[in-house]
Write a protein of this length. Structure first.
Length: 295
């Protein structure tokens, strides 16, 4: 009888000492912009089990700024750590509110030439931003509106064309990659035809880049009234699409030569090359023609 009572007491003590384990965890979905140190305050508690100690099963969902507001409004996610996207929703009247801010002031940086010492010196200049609608974009526009003579109306951002150039390069590279992958699977690519195939894909990329670049350049010229802006975009488009088609043709062939399955890593390498090359080509030509772009 005493052993039974002792066992019962021990069971009650263990049950009282670990109540959290017997409780069902509450599912919480949190939208984050990226898996990096920027969101360390969300990653570290999950890895060390702090959320579970509080009875929470937190799922971190990587989502871009634009669709994140729609996902939050539709209750597909419960919280959002992307400040810029949330601010846009609040300004447009959506039923959202700021829960907390980890910093007392923004930590954004604006890099400029030595002769630009204040916001008033940006009057009539062109400013590059990471993306429209982001936190830096909204803050910069507000500062320019308050501190420049024309309210920032003359400031032309180049960021609107960055995803266009990189995206078209990705499409061209994916098409070239699919053609070569099909040839490898069907055993239609003989070693003697590799050079001709690569040259053909490069020519296809050049023609596509020339056509799409002319169209995009015309749109930029008509929008801003500056032919050199159109020239920069057109040249960036041609350079990126040629590099993308070359990469799409070379990557699977090289992977197969070194004994690696091309289907496992070709897309990742291709995406990296097209994004980096697109930004490098576009911003490189913008720097080259800087004196003609800035009035």
């Amino acid at each position: 009888m005493k052993k039974t009572q002792l066992a019962l007491c021990l069971w009650v003590i263990v049950w009282l000492a670990a109540p959290a384990q017997s409780q069902e965890l509450k599912k919480v979905r949190v939208g984050i912009p990226t898996l990096s140190l920027i969101v360390a305050s969300s990653l570290i508690p999950g890895e060390r089990g702090y959320f579970r100690q509080e009875g929470l099963d937190v799922e971190l969902i990587v989502i871009r700024s634009a669709p994140s507001v729609l996902a939050l409004t539709a209750k597909e996610i419960d919280f959002l750590t992307i400040g810029g996207g949330g601010l846009i929703g609040i300004l447009r009247g959506l039923p959202l509110r700021v829960a907390f801010a980890p910093l007392r002031r923004p930590t954004y940086a604006l890099y400029a030439k030595p002769e630009i010492r204040s916001f008033t010196d940006l009057d009539g200049k062109r400013v590059g931003i990471s993306s429209f609608g982001s936190g830096p974009d909204l803050l910069l526009r507000d500062l320019l509106k308050k501190r420049t003579a024309d309210g920032g109306k003359k400031v032309t951002v180049l960021a609107v064309f960055l995803p266009v150039v990189a995206g078209q390069g990705g499409n061209a590279g994916a098409q070239s990659l699919a053609v070569v992958m099909r040839g490898l699977v069907m055993r239609e690519i003989a070693p003697s035809r590799v050079g001709r195939l690569i040259l053909k894909e490069a020519m296809v990329g050049f023609i596509n880049g020339l056509v799409i670049g002319l169209v995009t350049a015309g749109v930029a010229w008509a929008w801003q009234g500056n032919p050199y802006l159109g020239l920069v975009i057109g040249l960036g488009m041609v350079a990126n699409m040629v590099a993308a088609t070359l990469s799409g043709a070379l990557i699977p062939i090289v992977m197969k030569r070194i004994g690696v399955d091309p289907a496992q890593c070709s897309n990742i390498i291709l995406t990296t090359i097209t994004d980096v090359m697109g930004f490098f080509a576009f911003l490189g030509f913008a720097l080259l023609f800087q004196s003609y772009l800035v009035p």
